[in-house]
Design a protein around this ligand. Structure first.
Ligand code: NI
Length: 175
């Protein structure tokens, strides 16, 4: 396995629309293992999408169970590998804080559906239906956005009031 390099904003490749996976073979599964390792190595890595490592295929992984404190009211499905995901139902709207491995210096407040239903394939091409809510639903929507070339930055109502610099990553010479 290998850690993959993460593209960071404003790399124009993050705006590229990813293509559906058509071949479910060992090479795909090896890539998924690398993608997951890369997600787990990242700070607060609860989700990752293939285009973030420069592979423009519709593959995302979400796993919020690694969070120190699981947000209240959130479903927790453990590891979700979602290939060719399609969100089919959206319910409710809620504002919440998001970060992204491709936007390491900021977090932002984004409005998302509270509850979603979606379908996706596993690494062998078998399709399944899912329901998620709360923070897990937010993470899935965030990652699926990457497949369409969207970052959370594109969904902020106002950069002035909804974008926050991360303190954790502040450089030593900053106050
Ligand atoms: Ni992201």
């Amino acid at each position: 396995m290998a850690l993959l390099d993460i593209l960071t904003y404003p790399d124009p490749r993050l705006k590229q629309v990813s293509q559906p996976v058509q071949v479910f073979d060992d090479a795909l599964r090896a890539f998924v293992a690398d993608l997951e390792e890369t997600m787990r190595a990242g700070p607060g890595g609860v989700g990752i999408a293939a285009p973030q490592v420069g592979r423009f295929e519709r593959i995302v992984i979400v796993d919020i169970s690694a969070m120190r404190k699981l947000p209240k009211g959130s479903s927790n499905s453990g590891r979700l590998l979602l290939i060719n995901p399609e969100i089919t139902e959206w319910e409710g709207m809620v504002m919440g804080r998001e970060g992204c491995m491709s936007v390491p210096d900021y977090t932002g407040n984004v409005i998302r559906a509270e509850k979603i239903s979606f379908t996706a394939c596993d690494e062998f091409g078998a399709s399944r239906e899912y329901c998620c809510e709360g923070f897990e639903a937010r993470a899935v929507q965030h990652e699926v956005d990457h497949l369409d070339g969207m970052l959370f930055l594109d969904r902020l109502v106002s950069r002035r009031s909804d974008l926050f610099r991360r303190k954790v990553y502040k450089k030593k010479d900053e106050k």
